[in-house]
Design a binder for this molecule. Structure first.
Ligand SMILES: [Mg+2]
Length: 155
């Protein structure tokens, strides 16, 4: 299967994004549609690597994080985007090196073999996978240019 490791902040939202919940930037429909176009063109599955996934695991300890996660999941599902899996969390403070979490996911994944993957992220702490990084920008979030790069890399 083809995989998109998905960050949220700086990918589906951006600095000054008008869509907010509880005082934080939420996700922008135009960026979500761009993500959906990658999925439609490649059949790639989503593995969430963003800190937004913490809420899924912190269900009982942090109701607020959990609620935010549920809102995100619901919004994506409204666009027919479904999360297949989540990278493991090494540090809930978000200080873990994201590449290590992706590495652990790739090693532990027991589902269909991963034939290709891209990492959509505005940060670059993803060694040793920098070849797979489509680096977005916090200023713009995901762009149609990024979409073309992702489709090419997944083919
Ligand atoms: Mg980010």
């Amino acid at each position: 299967m083809k995989v998109i490791f998905l960050d949220i902040d700086g990918v589906l939202n951006y600095e000054g994004c008008p869509v907010m919940i509880n005082g934080i930037y939420f996700v922008d429909d135009e960026r979500i549609k761009l993500l959906k176009s990658i999925i439609d063109r490649t059949g790639a599955r989503i593995v969430l690597s963003s800190t937004w996934r913490y809420g899924k695991f912190l269900k009982d300890d942090s109701p607020r994080e959990y609620r935010l996660f549920k809102r995100l999941k619901k919004r994506l599902e409204e666009h027919e985007i479904f999360i297949t899996s989540y990278t493991p969390v090494f540090d809930y403070e978000g200080r873990a090196y994201r590449g290590d979490e992706i590495s652990a996911w790739l090693e532990g994944w027991k589902g269909n073999a991963v034939e290709s993957f891209v990492i959509l992220d505005d940060n670059n702490d993803i060694e040793p996978y920098s070849d797979h990084l489509i680096q977005t920008s916090w200023q713009t979030g995901l762009t149609s240019e990024d979409v073309e790069k992702a489709v090419m890399a997944l083919e």
